[in-house]
Design a protein around this ligand. Structure first.
Ligand SMILES: [Zn+2]
Length: 118
């Protein structure tokens, strides 16, 4: 089983797995940025020219756990994304978030390790 060489590589594997498992847009882009909101924000989803971009903050995310579970959080935003509702934490978001967390803990931890790290 290929092992991610970095925490970021692990995040990319998990997102690629989530794209397949939860039918997310194939063109979702992942970006590691230096900082979001002065260290206060772990990740965010932005729209750039019609394409969704998941950004994780290198400043806020410290552990592999941070990288993995913030990737899942942002993937739930991708799944429930609506224009002009960047930080929508209403019930539909948490339903998807819970399903993704559960699927990851049940089998995604193992299955995602087979995905490319970039
Ligand atoms: Zn959120």
């Amino acid at each position: 089983m290929p092992r991610a060489r970095s925490k970021w590589g692990r995040a990319v594997q998990v997102m690629r797995w989530l794209i397949d498992e939860f039918d997310l847009p194939k063109n979702v882009r992942m970006e590691l940025v230096d900082d979001i909101d002065d260290g206060q924000t772990f990740g965010q989803v932005i729209s750039r020219r019609g394409r969704l971009v998941v950004q994780l903050s290198a400043r806020a995310c410290k552990t592999t756990h941070d990288y993995v579970y913030n990737t899942i959080h942002e993937a739930a935003h991708v799944k429930t994304y609506k224009r002009r509702m960047k930080h929508d934490h209403a019930d539909p978001f948490w339903l998807v978030h819970g399903q993704m967390n559960h699927a990851y803990d049940e089998r995604g931890k193992v299955e995602s390790a087979e995905y490319p790290t970039e």
